[in-house]
Every structure is written in C-alpha cells, then in structure tokens.
Ligand binder design. Structure first.
Ligand code: ADP
Ligand code: MG
Length: 323
C-alpha cells in the first residue's frame, strides 16, 4: 500500500518543476505578496518556498499532508472547478511520500510565534515545536524522490536540465505576478548563494520582464492589448535578440500555460511580418472561466502536468514512461 501511494505521488509530482509549481501555487492561494524559492544544489538537496501568506491555522496542522485534504473549501462549492485545477489536496501529501517534508508557519494572530512541523512519508505529523516565526509559511522539501530510487537516479543524471525547467516556470510566475515579489536563490554545492531571478513588487508586467530578462529585452517590446489579450511581444525590426522558447510565455488568466495552437499562431503571424526570427513574448489571455472550459484549454505547466479544462473530462494523470 505504501508503495502504491508513492507511485501515485510520483504522478502528481513528476519532477522538480512540478514540485515548485505546486508550492508556489499554494503560496499564491494563501495570498502571499512575497515568495522566495530557495534551491540547494539544483533542488537535489533542498527546495524551499517561503511566503508571507496567511499561514496555516493550528486546526489544520495535522491534516495538511493527508491525501485529499484541502482547506480551500470554497473551491468545493464549484465542483466543475475542482476538476479543472486538478490535484486538489494532493501536493503536500505527495511531497511527503516522496521526500522529507518540513513546514514552518505562523498566522497573523500567532506571530511572532509560529510552529515547526515535521511529517513522515505517510503524511502524519510526527513532530511539533513552537518557534519564532513571521506571518507566513515555509515549506522545505529535502531529498526529493528519495523514496522512488529510479526517479531519483533519473533526476541525478539530469539535474541541471530539470533545474532549468523549474527556472523557466518560475520566470513565468515572476513575469505575470504583478504586485508580488518573487525571488529565486540557488546555493550550489560548496558554493555561495546566488540570486537567479527576481521580480520586484511592481505594478506592471513590463517591469517584471525587465527584472527577469533585462532592459535589452524589455526595451525591444511593444504592448499587445486586445479585448482578451494583454501582454508584450518583441518588435520584429529589432535584431539581435536572443530568443528561445525560454522567452515565449503564455498565460491564461494569470496562470502559466502552454498552448501549442496559440503558440503556433503567434509564431506564424510574427514570421509573416518579420525576418526569420523568433519573437520574445509574454501574453496573458484573459478569458472567462466557462469559455476556457468550452475550448478545453489545457493548463500544461510542466511537460507531464496537464490539466484539462474541459468540463467533461476530469484530470487523469498520464502514466509516466520509465526514465
Ligand atoms: P490544495 O492546495 O489543493 O488545498 P495541497 O496539498 O497543495 O492541497 O495543500 C494542502 C493544504 O495545506 C492547503 O489546502 C492549505 O490549507 C495548506 N497549505 C499548503 N501550503 C500553504 C501555504 N504556503 N500557505 C498556507 N497554507 C498552505
Ligand atoms: Mg496546492
């Protein structure tokens, strides 16, 4: 039974990027305006997400890492929504099954006191201590995939690539998160702390782009605003922009997505105007929720993490290929 839980968890959390995505989304859900993501040795040793959100109330301490536990009751009211974002109540329990999980948290009422919580692989709260802590939550994931040796081996062989996938995702959050501060630190083995990317608490996406990609990119952009689009795309006449898929970002209602069709459309329109160049773009599609459902827009944030927004199909995890 234990191993079944681990295998299922391995389909919720497939890689470092999906772990990071779940943690950051939890911070955003908790109303955080300040989120710090800290990696030790490319996330192989530690992935830590610290936020200034609402914290976890003590009633919830013992349950948060239980399977299907969620405190986000309002989301249950709309059952169709429950199916859309998927994984409800599965992230922390899966991370527990796959790693060593430690949580520190304090609510506004409790701070400057807070709690340090340790969970075992089954999601049971096994240690509790009262500690000084600022309002917010810190989740520390150590030795990810240590309970799935084959996956761990795969990660150890590809850790730089896996780490950069997580960074690309974080770049997207940093670009789209207006009025939020997102910082990423990386501490390589034996080395000092490095800041990888930051987006200031800025009131505009353009400023975020500047912070994440530099002024050379941000000054080459033109605003793209339409009924249901807001964003930026690089001007075709500007040469010499180093473009890669890294600088091509799509969002749906402020959440990172991949959408091959829309992506291709943007590329085609761009190429019809321009030299043989790839654009930089950061485009947020602003669509009503039911419209998203009708067109079954996929929320695909990491390669294997797909959400179907079509009402008819609840999310079913893809069976992973053996690495
Ligand atoms: P879900 O997000 O679907 O509710 P998770 O497994 O991701 O499920 O999280 C379980 C619960 O843990 C959440 O419902 C929430 O109560 C709590 N939680 C997790 N991360 C945070 C955070 N950063 N701040 C506040 N509460 C959190
Ligand atoms: Mg969650």
């Amino acid at each position: 039974k234990k191993s079944i839980h681990r295998i299922c968890s391995g389909q919720v959390i497939t890689d470092i990027a999906s772990a990071v995505k779940e943690l950051v989304e939890n911070s955003l859900d908790a109303g955080a305006t300040n989120i710090e993501i800290r990696f030790k040795h490319y996330g192989l040793d530690t992935i830590e997400v610290v936020d200034n959100g609402n914290g976890i109330s003590s009633d919830d301490h013992a349950c948060i890492a239980k399977k299907y536990y969620t405190s986000k009751l309002n989301e249950f009211e709309d059952l169709s929504k429950l199916g859309t974002f998927g994984f409800r109540g599965e992230a922390l329990s899966s991370l527990c099954a796959l790693s060593d999980l430690q949580v520190s948290t304090a609510t506004a009422q409790e701070t400057p006191k807070g709690h340090s919580l340790t969970f075992n692989h089954e999601g049971d709260l096994v240690k509790h201590a009262v500690v000084p802590f600022q309002k917010g939550t810190m989740i520390t994931v150590q030795n990810i995939f240590s309970t799935l040796p084959v996956r761990r081996k795969h990660l150890e062989r590809n850790y730089k690539k896996e780490y950069s996938k997580a960074l690309v995702l974080l770049q997207m959050y940093a670009v789209v998160s207006v009025n939020k501060r997102i910082l990423v630190y990386h501490q390589p083995k034996g080395g000092g702390r490095q800041l990888q990317l930051s987006s200031n608490k800025n009131p505009s996406m353009l400023k975020n782009i500047m912070n994440v990609f530099g002024t050379k990119v941000s000054s080459s952009l033109t605003a793209w605003n339409d009924d249901f689009i807001n964003g930026y795309i690089s001007r075709p006449q500007i040469a010499g922009i180093k473009s890669s898929s890294e600088g091509q970002m799509l969002f749906l209602n402020g959440r990172p997505i991949t959408h091959p069709k829309v992506h291709r459309l943007i590329m085609e329109v761009y190429r019809s105007f321009s030299v043989n160049q790839s654009p930089f773009f950061a485009v947020n599609l602003v669509l009503p929720e039911d419209y998203c459902k009708k067109f079954a827009i996929r929320y695909s944030l990491c390669d294997q993490t797909e959400y179907s927004l079509s009402q008819a199909k609840p999310y079913t995890p893809k069976v992973l290929q053996k690495p």
